[in-house]
Design a protein around this ligand. Structure first.
Ligand SMILES: Nc1nc2c(c(=O)[nH]1)N[C@H]1C(S)=C(S)[C@@H](COP(=O)(O)O)O[C@H]1N2
Ligand SMILES: [Mo]
Length: 323
């Protein structure tokens, strides 16, 4: 008999709101009808302590791993890094919701592939078969962490759609560039547009994900609407927000933070408690939302706790040099 052992990040079907109830519709409609769907009693809501009440959390009620206690929605969506909208953690929630339009949104898939295309973000989610939920640890390079219930689709599905040529070895993610409407992009805080890259085999890893939602709701502007990268074994700066272009290339690309400060930020950005940032330790992290204002501290895990799944990607690589 064949018994399928689900990977740790996978939740049973019963824990999820049926995908037809969101994401397959334009985000406008989704937001408008969400209240109705909750009142209709879809997916027995398991509200988490501290989470905003009134929407189904879709978190597996059998989830007993205390290390993966999801961070309240309110904190995930108000404690942000999104330099286009200010450098303070509270700035993006305010500034990304002052008329910046994330719908309609077109993404271009290009480069060394057989199926280049330009596609509307909602249409892309439909082509990917709708959204599914993943509860992942999130570790910022600034030594704080959260646990985030993302909705979205595996990056590998998008790569299959693109159909890379054998010469494609890396994937790059270019985020939006709109200095007219986005004040941060008129400053020199970073080099714009924000830019990231992965090796093709990293991008194809089953954990790598494109997020389109959080806690079953359309992803808020401040968290990278409508499409943002999620690579749970890497530091948060790899998670490019509000992507407009996914390009398949032959050479290892640079990324925004590496361009800014190459001795501090590298291409790999794998979470590694043994390799300190030049200005602080990476051995532990502050858990946002746990244990008072400063946050409880916990030990940082190799590859952010995903070592069992991703270590083979880096066999033979010196992780001290390739940080
Ligand atoms: N376009 C863009 N993407 C970005 C950033 C940014 O400034 N601009 N900041 C990164 C950093 S440093 C982190 S820690 C995460 C923060 O994601 P969150 O605000 O959704 O938690 O987004 C990443 N993606
Ligand atoms: Mo970060």
């Amino acid at each position: 008999m064949l018994i399928r052992i689900p990977p740790a990040w996978e939740l049973p079907e019963s824990a999820c709101t049926p995908e037809r109830d969101y994401h397959l519709r334009p985000r406008r409609d989704f937001l408008r009808t969400l209240g109705g769907a909750v009142a209709g009693g879809l997916a027995a809501p398991t509200l988490l302590s501290g989470a905003t009440a009134g929407f189904p959390s879709r978190v597996n009620p059998d989830h007993r791993d205390p290390a993966l206690q999801p961070t309240p929605y309110e904190l995930i969506t108000s404690y942000c890094n999104f330099y286009e909208f200010g450098t303070g953690k509270g700035d993006p929630k305010v500034n990304a919701n002052r008329g910046w339009k994330t719908e309609p949104w077109t993404v271009e898939i290009s480069g060394l592939i057989r199926n280049p295309l330009q596609i509307d973000a909602n249409e892309l989610v439909t082509r990917m078969g709708g959204a599914e939920q993943r509860v992942y640890r999130f570790r910022c390079v600034e030594a704080w962490s959260m646990v985030i219930p993302w909705d979205g689709f595996p990056l590998a599905k998008l790569i299959a759609l693109a159909d890379p040529l054998p010469e494609a070895k890396f994937v790059t993610f270019t985020t939006f560039n709109d200095p007219k409407n986005v004040p941060g992009q008129r400053s020199s805080a970073l080099e714009w547009p924000y830019f990231e890259g992965l090796r093709l085999d990293e991008a194809n890893h089953p954990l790598a994900f494109i997020a389109t939602g959080i806690y079953g709701r359309a992803i808020p502007n401040q968290n990278g609407a409508p499409l943002r990268l999620v690579v749970p074994w890497k530091y948060g700066f790899k998670y490019g927000k509000s992507i407009v272009k996914i390009d398949f290339v032959a050479q290892q690309p640079r990324n925004t933070w590496q361009v800014m400060t190459p001795h501090e930020y590298g291409f790999y950005a794998n979470v590694n408690p043994k390799v300190d940032h030049p200005r602080w330790s990476q051995a532990s992290e502050r858990v946002i939302g746990a244990g008072g204002a400063l946050g409880q501290r916990q030990r940082t895990l190799m590859f952010n706790g995903y070592e069992g799944q991703v270590a083979p990607l880096y066999a033979g690589l010196d992780l001290r040099r390739n940080y």
